[in-house]
Design a protein around this ligand. Structure first.
Ligand SMILES: C[S@@+](CC[C@H](N)C(=O)[O-])C[C@H]1O[C@@H](n2cnc3c(N)ncnc32)[C@H](O)[C@@H]1O
Length: 208
């Protein structure tokens, strides 16, 4: 972690970090001091996209979850530099955060942009998106809330599409994959994939 990222965590932790809690759910009204719609971003990497989205939509609240400490430090610094008050960060495993910390039917949308693809077959079981996790996410969505996943790995894209189609509480907003919506900036990981000649697949399902 760079000195800047370390300093950001020390100075800005109280303002932006929400400690992981096992025994009680967050109250977004208390956290953000408003009842604006709240969105979750899982695995925000270095934080650029999460901060850019929060900056573009000040009328929404954003919670970012990430396990990579340098990314968390950078996200805090970017948030402060942009003067944001509508973003909070949880530095913890998203599976546990979604199980223990977030209330049911509380989220207007969930963003998972470029989850680790784990391309080798023997590593597929490490992939974040599976039926059980998707089920947990649907419990957190409000009615008509959306789950948006993007990937540059074709075979994972097909697997994600099939997994979401299997969930009876979700319906696809497109026939299969959709165009990148205007609210999603190009992410750092995506740019790396595009340079390698990868395609990108966006998948958006709504809770029904
Ligand atoms: C391939 S990177 C994509 C980062 C960013 N979304 C982008 O598009 O540039 C995937 C990110 O997900 C994070 N991640 C993976 N598993 C996670 C988990 N269980 N909980 C929280 N973050 C996770 C990783 O630390 C990593 O930063």
């Amino acid at each position: 972690m760079s000195e800047g990222q370390k300093n950001a965590r020390q100075k800005l932790g109280d303002k932006y970090l929400l400690p992981f809690q096992l025994k009680s759910k967050l109250d977004f009204n208390t956290v953000f001091k408003n009842n604006n719609p709240t969105y979750l971003e899982i695995g925000f990497g270095m934080g650029d996209t999460a901060v850019e989205v929060a900056q573009s939509y000040p009328e929404h609240n954003y919670i970012g979850v990430e396990v990579h400490p340098p990314g968390v430090g950078r996200a805090l610094k970017l948030s402060e530099d942009s003067g944001l008050s509508n973003i909070r960060v949880i530095e913890h495993d998203a599976v546990e955060v979604t199980q223990h910390m977030l209330p049911q039917k509380s989220l207007s949308g969930i963003h998972i942009f470029f989850p680790d693809p784990w391309p080798k077959k023997r590593h597929h079981k490490r992939r974040l998106i599976n039926g059980e996790f998707v089920h947990q996410l649907t419990l957190l969505l409000m009615d008509a809330g959306y789950l948006h996943i993007a990937t540059d790995w074709e075979e994972y894209a097909e697997e994600i599409l099939a997994t979401l189609r299997e969930n009876h509480h979700l319906e696809n907003t497109a026939a299969d994959f959709c165009e990148r919506p205007s609210y999603r900036p190009t992410t750092k990981f995506e740019r790396r994939g595009l340079k390698l000649g990868h395609q990108v697949w966006d998948i958006i399902f709504r809770k029904c």
